[in-house]
Design a protein around this ligand. Sequence first.
Ligand code: AKG
Length: 238
Amino acid sequence: MRDVTIAKSEFIADEKAITKIQDFQEDAELFRYCTLPQILKYVECFTGPNIMAVHTMLINKPPDPGKMSSRHPMHQDLHYFPFRPADLIVAAWTAMERVDRSNGCLVVLPGTHKGSLKQHDYPEWEGGVNKMYHGVRDYDANQPRVHLEMEKGDTVFFHPLLIHGSGANQTQGFRKAISCHFASADCHYIDVKGTSQENIEREVLEIARKKYGVTVPITLKDTWMIRGRLVKGERINL
Ligand SMILES: O=C(O)CCC(=O)C(=O)O
């Protein structure tokens, strides 16, 4: 993924324009992160013994190009997932260097994982918003927030309903983190038609058609089934 502001500016070498590498499940070295016993030991407490890596990301938050486009709007990861139950899904996010408010650490609204899935849309940011960076439409901006300042190698595990985002990177360096969403293979797919997730379904299928040239009819479920990879136990539903 390229940062919206950087992609529109003059030539910038790829490694500086790339904000995120997603879906690295076929890359042996990066995927090793998702199989580390130090990570799976905690993941298993949430998912149980049959563990799927469902979504992988290496996030390379660039120095903000001046438009605040390096921010990540407050969102719930469950908005992107067409499977349930939410309590059997967990994110692991590991800092690859020290992260703090200056380079755009994660920001979370504690306790929001006990709420429900909210409507998400593109925020109306003057400087533009990165593709697929949907944000919670209404949340109480005055509720307490916690900035997760972390050292290199620190890992946070969080629930897919937790409202979180990250700030702008005000430094000159690239803020790197690696992350994987895990789900129990016992989770089941849901039909998102008629729910708040219809907008993300439309967008994902449009990207599959336009960007990857998929011409046969596919469903949101298909896009998840081909990316998911078993890391432990037995592949049941997902
Ligand atoms: O690493 C970040 O800045 C936020 C990542 C995140 O929340 C996401 O991609 O869902």
